[in-house]
Design a protein around this ligand. Sequence first.
Ligand code: ADP
Ligand code: ASP
Ligand code: MG
Length: 421
Amino acid sequence: MPRLVMKFGGTSVADLDRIRNAARKVKREVEKGYEVAVVVSAMAGKTNELVGLVRKAAATEGEGESSFYDAREYDAVVASGEQVTAGLMSIVLQEMGVPARSWQGWQVPILTNASHGAARIEEIRTEALERKFAEGLHAVVAGFQGLGPDGRITTLGRGGSDTSAVALAAALGAERCDIYTDVDGVYTTDPRITKKARKLERIAYEEMLELASLGAKVLQTRSVELAMRYKVRLQVLSSFSDEPGTLVCDEEEIMESRAVSGIAYVRDEAKLTLISVADRPGVAAAIFGPLAEAGVNVDMIVQNISEEGRTDMTFSCSVDDVPKAMKALQEARAKGAINYRDLVADTEVSKVSVVGIGMRSHAGVAARMFKALADEGVNIKVITTSEIKVSVLVDRKYMELAVQALHDAFDLDKPADRLEG
Ligand code: ADP
Ligand code: ASP
Ligand code: MG
C-alpha cells in the first residue's frame, strides 16, 4: 500500500476541535488507501510554556529566568507536549473508526545523536511501525523527539516536528510528506508582515533551505535539508482549508524566473562588539573558540579595519544566546586568553534577508536592496552575502518596514515571468 506522512503543527492541534478537524483529513487519506503516519506537534503554546517553566526552575528563587540549565532535563520536560497530542490524536482517530496507535520517539525508535536540545536524527527503525501497518493500524508519532545514545529522550530544536515528519517519510518510503500548518503554503514572505505576500505554487529545495535558515519559520531548516537529500516530495498546506499548497521541489521543476523569490527575517537578533582587540593571528580563534564551546550559534562576523594594531570585532547571534556569549567572553578575558577594552551588546536588532536562486544570473540585487532601505531611512548595521542571499542587520523597530519595502522593491506581489519551454 502507498504510504503518506501527514504532519500537523501546534495551531492545527490547539484543542480537541482542531484535533478532530485534522483527524478528518487523515481519515480522508486513509479512505483513499494510504498507510498513514501522522506526526504531531504539541498543542499551540505548550512548548513555550514548558520552556518557560524550565527557565524559571533554573533561576535562583525570585530572580526570573535563567538560560543555564541541564539540557537532558530540558528535553525530558519539553518533549512531553508532543506525547499528549499523539495520544489524543490516536483516541480521536479510533473514535472516527480509523484504527491508530500512538508512538513516542523512543518507541519507534527515532535514534538521534547526543546533542540534547538540538539533536540530529541518525536512524529511524521502522520495522515495528511497519508491522503495525500490516495489521491495519495507522501510526501517530510524537514529533520533535527522539532517543539519544545515552538512552534518554532528546529533542530536535524548535520547530523540529517538521524534521520528524520528513525523516519518517524518507525512512518509510512515503509517497509524500504533507506539512499542515496555519498558512496555506510558502509565501514570498511571512504573510503576518505584509498582506501583499503571495503564495508560491512551487519553491526549489535550495531556496526553501535558505529561507528557512534565515528565519522563515514555516519549515525547520533541517527538514528541508533532509527532503532535499532524500528527494522527499514535500508539500506545505493549510489544515483549515482545502486550498492547494506549495510544493518544495527540484529547481528544474520551477516554471518561474526572478532574481529574488522571498524575504525572510529573524526578529530577535543581537549584535555584540569587542572593542579594541589585538589584530594578530590567532585572535579570531581565541574569541570564537570559547563561544562555540559555550554553544553560542554565531551568525554574521565583521572585523573592522585596524589602527595601531588594534581592531573591533563584531558578531551577531540570537538574543537568547547573549548571556552565554557574554559569560564565555568575560571568562576568556579573565583567563588572559583574549584582551578587549569593552564588550558592547545591542539586543535590539533584527536580520532581514532577500533570497533567490535567480541571483546567480541577475546582477544588482544587493544595490537594489540597499537603495530600497535607504529610501525608507533604514540604516544598515551589518551586511553579509552568499551566492543566493543578501542579509542585513537593522534596528528592530524598522524590521517590518524593511521587509515591506523590500517586498515592494522586488515586485514580489506580482506573478513572476514564466520560463520558456
Ligand atoms: P506550525 O505550528 O504549524 O509548525 P509555524 O508557526 O512553525 O507553524 O510556521 C507557520 C508560520 O510561519 C506561519 O504562521 C507564518 O507566520 C510563518 N512564516 C514565516 N515565513 C513564512 C513564509 N515565507 N511563508 C509562509 N509562512 C511563513
Ligand atoms: N513543539 C515544538 C516547538 O514548538 C516542535 C514543533 O512544533 O515543531 O518547537
Ligand atoms: Mg513549525
